[in-house]
Unconditional design. Structure first.
Length: 200
């Protein structure tokens, strides 16, 4: 099942309809990208994770943008997420909604990246405030520790805190924190109110 899912997502990365049998040339492209992904090639890992996150459906009331980077030395994916502001959701539900987004992102990265080259995942949540984007939540976890965490019988915030969640206070107050782990790519930058874009 995992093997079939991997091929399905690789085809999606290449913009192929996974239900169609493609000719040998296109099949080779799928196989080539799959080999690169399984070997932990940074470009292939990035394309794969970006596709997985792009397929993730959220309610219209929870818009988000993201930037994905990968560090080979630590075999870690880092996802920077531009979150909605508290006023978009309401202060009473904002914190739980953000924590659920963080947890879901962990699951999507670790469950879909069934290769040994994705060992860690960092997530940094940003919001636009005034003329800047500030980080209000940050967390980093290795796969083995994440897998040992009992999310089914533990409140989301308590479970995430066990994974060294970093917040400055109630999230609705938008207090900034220093990211636990961040990779700055020279090809990407944050553009205020426009999210992360590729830079020529």
């Amino acid at each position: 099942m995992a093997d079939a899912r991997l091929t399905h997502l690789i085809k999606d990365v290449l913009g192929r309809d996974p239900r169609i049998d493609w000719d040998s040339e296109k099949d080779e492209a799928v196989l080539s990208l799959r080999r690169e992904f399984e070997l932990g090639k940074p470009g292939a890992v990035l394309k794969y994770v970006e596709t997985v996150l792009a397929r993730s459906e959220y309610p219209a009331s929870f818009p988000r943008q993201y930037s994905v980077n990968y560090e080979t030395a630590s075999e870690s994916v880092v996802v920077d997420i531009l979150l909605p502001n508290p006023g978009d959701l309401g202060a009473q539900v904002y914190e739980e909604a953000v924590f659920q987004c963080v947890l879901r992102t962990f699951y999507e990265v670790f469950r879909s990246c069934c290769i040994k080259h994705v060992w860690g995942c960092g997530i940094n949540g940003f919001v636009s405030s005034g003329e800047e984007a500030r980080c209000i939540v940050s967390i980093f976890a290795f796969r083995n520790k994440f897998d040992r965490t009992d999310f089914a019988h533990t409140e989301t915030d308590r479970a995430l805190r066990a994974l060294n969640l970093r917040v400055g206070g109630p999230l609705a107050e938008l207090k900034p924190v220093q990211p636990n782990f961040r990779i700055v790519s020279p090809k990407k930058k944050f553009v205020y109110q426009k999210g992360w874009v590729d830079v020529e």
